[in-house]
Ligand binder design. Sequence first.
Ligand code: CVU
Ligand code: MN
Length: 595
Amino acid sequence: MTTEHRYYGNLPKIGIRPTIDGRRKGVRESLEDITMNLAKAVASFLSENMNYYNGEPVECVIADTTIGGVAEASKTAEKFKKEGVGVSITVTPSWCYGSETMDMDRTIPKAVWGFNGSDRPGGVYLAAVLAAHNQKGLPAFGIYGKDVQDLDDDSIPEDVQEKLLRFAKAGLAAAMMKDKSYLSMGSVSMGIGGSMVNEDFFQDYLGMRNEYIDMTEFVRRLNEEIYDKDEFAKALDWVRENCKEGPDNNPDDFKRSRQQKEQDWETNIKMTLIARDLMIGNPKLAEMGYEEEAEGHHAIVAGFQGQRQWTDHFPNGDFMETILNTSFDWNGTRAPFLVATENDTLNGATMLFGHLLTNTAQVFADVRTYWSPEAVKRVTGQTLTGKAENGIIHLLNSGAAALDGTGEQMKDGSPVIKPYWEITDEEVKKMLDSTLWRPASTDYFRGGGWSTDILTKGGMPVTIARINLVKGIGPVLQIAEGYSVDIPEEVHHTLDDRTDPTWPTTWFVPNLTGDGAFKDVYSVMNNWGSNHCSMSYDHIGSDLITLASILRIPVNMHNVSEEKIFRPSAWEMFGTKDQEGADYRSCQNFGPLYR
Ligand SMILES: C[C@H](O)[C@@H](O)[C@@H](O)C(=O)CO
Ligand SMILES: [Mn+2]
């Protein structure tokens, strides 16, 4: 596995702050080793259980000394700044002096683990320092183990591990976004609200910047061959060998000629190279004399306008978006990129959340159709069964989807989506073999192109999510955990043929709770806030909720059980019974992290 570094600068680290009762002549001395050992245990635990997007273990930085007062707190803050720390975790087995030792950096996500030991009051410090955080408007996560531990026990109990990981993954995701770009390739697609860039959202909530290129930049680079021609040749051979063409679904007088289709392949491959270079740059371009183009736009996520007017004339972006969102290409497995169809910036941001929390590829989809059991019976004569018995939601993007979404990667005999460094060559081949590249529907895409026809294997736990913008509130996140499901092949084809069979399909069933938006499958679709969602593997709703709370984005809809919800302790001050309302009040009160 080649460890790639896509972004300038170092990857954010996790700072560990061993904090102690500063009273010397006995108390402090008796706690020095225990406190520092706790910090080392947390650092090892996180580095052993967390990776960056490129597969490298997450780096933790421990303060040079235990922190007994403001001088050591300031020296630690200084060290953390130099080291590029983006998340801080304070650990202590004892009483300490809250405001004198607390982490005061308002933009760094922070948590405090107050060791539950009866000998010295780590738990009391935890409550005191969280109170100080709340009074100062610096929300922090509180971690307090359920069972009392002996003072010399530097093990990390399971419940503490779960909270440390949940916080650290979300905190690191927030830190990874900081100062990166969302690159709009083109502008608004077909009047889609999510395509309208809201710079305040990216800047104030995510600490990101917005970059733009006009679509003529693609024309320039295509016409002047501003891409790595050797890589293009390699990619073309790879496509010819690995990308199976499926039937052309266009009516005869709307079919593109063989020559045009060959041309479309070549254009699509070049578009893929160009889009990637636009996002992260490419030193090869500097060798060709294109120093500025070699820099890229420091984009951790991008969107391609595509429809329309590019696709009215040029081949569509389905192949480009599919390959970039997939965890491999002609160079082998690699970290997926994040490219939003129709330049849906809000779905792109949602893809970014899912990817940074899981290091896996994200599947962009239209939330296309709710099929009730009755409608399926009427149209196909068949009865839905199993998880699909209460109805299904057709996730179907208009042409592109990460091939990881096929469900051809396996773990313990079940379909999964893995970080790229765990994907085998056999699984790459299986993903390609289960994909048909279909000539684009030329009624929609007059310029042609190759769309991605895949069907997600059933039985995969997945989470769909979406950030919506509401005037007066700002960003709001919605989440639905559920499963991909298999339906009988002939039922799939009948339903799929009614929309566009050349596109990628996942049949999705949300986990129902029996009330509110999760009363039934129909209500989930009826409450979905936009035409798109981002689908992640596994049930990551609780991680998304923690990340949203760090970014001060309220969650309007989710089906995550209450005991798995982890937010800053301040949220409880806004009400403990009505968690949803408290979330809104807290986000409103504290406002966006970077404003
Ligand atoms: C081809 C159609 O215009 C689709 O692109 C359209 O239904 C969408 O995907 C809207 O999000
Ligand atoms: Mn769409």
